[in-house]
Write a protein that binds this ligand. Structure first.
Ligand code: AMP
Length: 180
């Protein structure tokens, strides 16, 4: 399957975040799946892509032309797709994905996974939407979404359809289930 992963262009302060990216990348490579991601060489993106490639996996990087510089673009991508806008990138990453996952990241990651959360809400996607809640990273977002349901802006069944996975093992279980 094509696994679309959104994640930070930094590694963050807790080494558990990069460790999760390495573990997930190793599993994607070893199990013959393809990583679809933003094509970056830095931060969590670079760690994840390096790990997939190290474990003989394929990686499709989709990057807007203004970011496709030698410093930003990962040099080892199996396939590079250069697009002109962030919106075009996001649309292609969605079109290609059989599952959607956010590892820890910043506002870019939040923006990207928010679109998937909305698509689940609107029943536009049946593919799993997973937040890698490593050391509780996504708990504040979960609480915000819980508050949305409590205050009548969001439905509990839609919140329940979003996976908040505590470990990479949990993420892998969800992905294996989705692939059956
Ligand atoms: P952030 O979470 O703010 O670090 O942004 C990361 C997300 O935004 C990634 O999933 C990418 O799709 C995109 N992004 C941000 N910075 C870069 C970069 N330098 N190269 C490629 N993609 C990037």
């Amino acid at each position: 399957m094509n696994i679309t992963v959104y994640c930070g262009s930094n590694v963050g302060l807790d080494p558990a975040y990069a460790e999760a990216a390495r573990e997930l990348g190793a599993w994607i490579g070893e199990s013959g799946h393809t990583l679809v991601y933003g094509g970056g060489a830095k931060g969590m993106m670079g760690v994840l892509c390096d790990s997939v490639l190290k474990h003989n996996g394929s990686v499709i990087g989709i990057i807007p032309d203004f970011l496709a510089t030698p410093e930003q673009l990962h040099p080892g991508l199996t396939e590079t797709q250069v697009v002109t806008t962030m919106s075009e990138r996001k649309a292609r990453m969605i079109a290609l994905g059989d599952a959607f996952l956010a590892l820890p990241g910043g506002v870019g990651t939040l923006e990207e996974i928010s679109e998937i959360i909305c698509r689940v809400h609107l029943s536009l996607t049946a593919e799993p939407c997973i937040l890698a809640d490593i050391n509780g990273y996504y708990q504040p977002l979960y609480r915000m979404m819980e508050q949305m349901t409590e205050r009548g802006f969001y439905e509990p069944e839609h919140l329940a359809a979003i996976y908040f996975a505590k470990t990479v093992e949990e993420i892998i279980e969800i992905l294996i289930d989705a692939n059956h």
